[in-house]
Write a new protein. Structure first.
Length: 221
C-alpha cells in the first residue's frame, strides 16, 4: 500500500513538473509575407516571405515578427559584452507588429502597430553601467518613418527616431541576449520572466547565426 502511494506521489510530481515546464514555453506559428501597407514597400520587400506569430502567456498573439532576408554583415571582431559583432549599428534586422499595446525592455508602453527593428549598442561609458549584461539591442522605430532598408544612421539620429515610438526622450529597445545555436523558431520564458524568441539570422555573407530577442520582459531593477 505504501509503495502504491509512493508511486502515485511520484507520478503526480512528474506530471506537475511537466505542466510547470510546459507553461514556460510559448507558441510559435508560421505566418505569410508582410503585406500591410503601414510598412513601406521597400522594407516589406527586404523581409523573408514567412514570418513568426508568437503567443506567450496568453492565447492571443503577442506579436508578429519578420526577419530580413539577408542582413548586411561586417567583419567579425570579438568585443567584450557584444553578442552580435557581425552586425553594424543601425542595420535593419526585421519588422515587428504588436496587435495590442506592449512594453519595451525599459518598461515603456509601446502602442499597437508596426515597427522596424534596427541594431544598436549601449554606449560603453559610465552613464549606462548596469543597464544590461550585454550591449546589444534592437530599437523600435515607427515603420512609416523608416522607408529605406539600406539606410544607415548616426547614433543620435537612431536614438531620436526610436524615441518617437514612446513619445519620450529615451529610445525604445528590445534586448538581444546571446544565442547558442541557430533554430527554426521557438519562444520560451527564462528565470527572469523574460520571453525570449530564438531563431536563425541569415547574413549577406551566407552565414546563418543564432539569434535571440527578448520580446516581452523588462530590465532587472
Amino acid at each position: 500500500m505504501r509503495k502504491t502511494k509512493a508511486s502515485l506521489l511520484t507520478i503526480g510530481l512528474v506530471l506537475l513538473l511537466s505542466l510547470l515546464s510546459a507553461a514556460q514555453d510559448g507558441k510559435v506559428e508560421s505566418t505569410g509575407p508582410l503585406t500591410d501597407t503601414a510598412v513601406p514597400e521597400q522594407v516589406r520587400q527586404s523581409l523573408q516571405e514567412n514570418g513568426y506569430r508568437l503567443a506567450l502567456d496568453d492565447p492571443k498573439p503577442a506579436c508578429e515578427l519578420w526577419l530580413r532576408k539577408s542582413v548586411p554583415a561586417q567583419a567579425k571582431k570579438e568585443v567584450e559584452s557584444v553578442a552580435y559583432p557581425q552586425l553594424a549599428e543601425s542595420t535593419l534586422v526585421g519588422v515587428v507588429h504588436f496587435p495590442q499595446a506592449a512594453s519595451d525592455f525599459r518598461g515603456q508602453q509601446v502602442p499597437a502597430g508596426f515597427y522596424t527593428l534596427r541594431y544598436a549598442l549601449i554606449p560603453d561609458d559610465g552613464n549606462h553601467l548596469g543597464v544590461s549584461s550585454n550591449r546589444d539591442f534592437l530599437l523600435l522605430i515607427p515603420a512609416q518613418s523608416d522607408s529605406d532598408p539600406s539606410a544607415t544612421f548616426k547614433f543620435q539620429e537612431l536614438m531620436t527616431m526610436s524615441a518617437k515610438t514612446v513619445g519620450a526622450k529615451h529610445p525604445s529597445p528590445l534586448s538581444l541576449p546571446p544565442a547558442d545555436k541557430p533554430g527554426a523558431g521557438a519562444v520560451a520564458k527564462d528565470d527572469q520572466d523574460h520571453w525570449i524568441f530564438s531563431a536563425s539570422l541569415k547574413l549577406a555573407s551566407g552565414e546563418e547565426i543564432p539569434f535571440a530577442l527578448i520580446v516581452k520582459g523588462t530590465a532587472q531593477q
